[in-house]
Write a protein that binds this ligand. Structure first.
Ligand code: GLP
Length: 245
């Protein structure tokens, strides 16, 4: 596990984007795993800059997103499909049909999850996965207690996550209580993982995930078992780490 500490949020994003650009340059038809939330925005800004100014080519790239709220259509402003389209995909030369975001309104959400897993397999697996970390240490929507073998499935969101994410909705009652989420086992199969965090509010989760024991109560700690994980964090998110990196 590598830990890279950057001065601020913008530098964190530039550093994280570098790994994605490297994978795409080496393998133009790379398969990317992508994340939502406020954390990845500086990473996506840098990927857009690399595309516009340095010709980084997404024409053969395929993407899979970590999760989606159950019950939200792709054109709902708080859906993760909408987030990805507006913050990244619409600004790149990526083919929309190669961008996979779970549907929050599938007739059969369990079948939607199974098909998603099959699509990842058919694409040859995820070459590089971007992750953020929730205030409670969750990754994607794998809440504390999620098994490390879990696959893409329908999950219940914890009260804490609903409250954390209510900042994007008008009121807390509008936040869906369930989501479709890639599983821990699915995430751990990615060949390379880049996990990003900024702000002091993430410092505790970051410290226990990197320096604490591997426990299912802190889903991000399970990443210690993966052979190619890079934490890219800003100084505030690194503030509770005891070791120097
Ligand atoms: C949501 C997402 C996670 C994300 C987390 C943190 O719960 N499912 O993938 O890591 O939010 O969000 P933010 O980056 O806004 O702090």
């Amino acid at each position: 596990m590598k830990v890279i500490i950057k001065e601020d949020y913008a530098a964190m994003g530039k550093e994280a984007a570098k790994y994605f650009a490297e994978v795409i340059r080496n393998k133009p038809n790379a398969v990317l795993g992508l994340a939502t939330g406020s954390t990845p925005i500086s990473t996506y800004k840098e990927l857009i800059r690399l595309h516009e100014e340095e010709g980084l080519d997404f024409s053969q790239v395929t993407t899979f997103n970590l999760d989606e709220y159950l019950g939200l259509t792709g054109d709902h402003k708080q859906s993760y499909r909408y987030f990805m389209d507006t913050n990244l995909f619409n600004r790149l030369n990526i083919k929309k049909e190669n961008t996979n975001v779970l549907s929050g309104v599938a007739d059969n959400p369990e079948a939607e999850c199974r098909e998603f897993e099959e699509k990842i397999k058919a694409a040859g697996g995820i070459d590089i996965q971007l992750l953020g970390i929730g205030g409670n240490g969750h990754i994607a929507f794998n809440e504390p207690g999620s098994s490390e073998n879990s696959r893409t499935r329908v999950v219940d969101l914890t009260k804490e996550t609903i409250e954390d994410n209510s900042r994007f909705f008008e009121k807390v009652e509008d936040v869906p209580t369930q989501a479709l989420s890639m599983g821990m086992g699915t995430i751990l199969e990615a060949k390379k993982i880049v996990i990003i965090a900024n702000k002091e509010s993430k410092a505790k989760g970051v410290a226990v995930s990197i320096e604490g024991p591997v426990i299912t109560d802190v889903p991000a700690s399970i990443l210690q078992k993966h052979s190619d994980v890079i934490w890219v964090i800003d100084k505030s998110a690194a503030s509770l780490l005891k070791n120097s990196y």
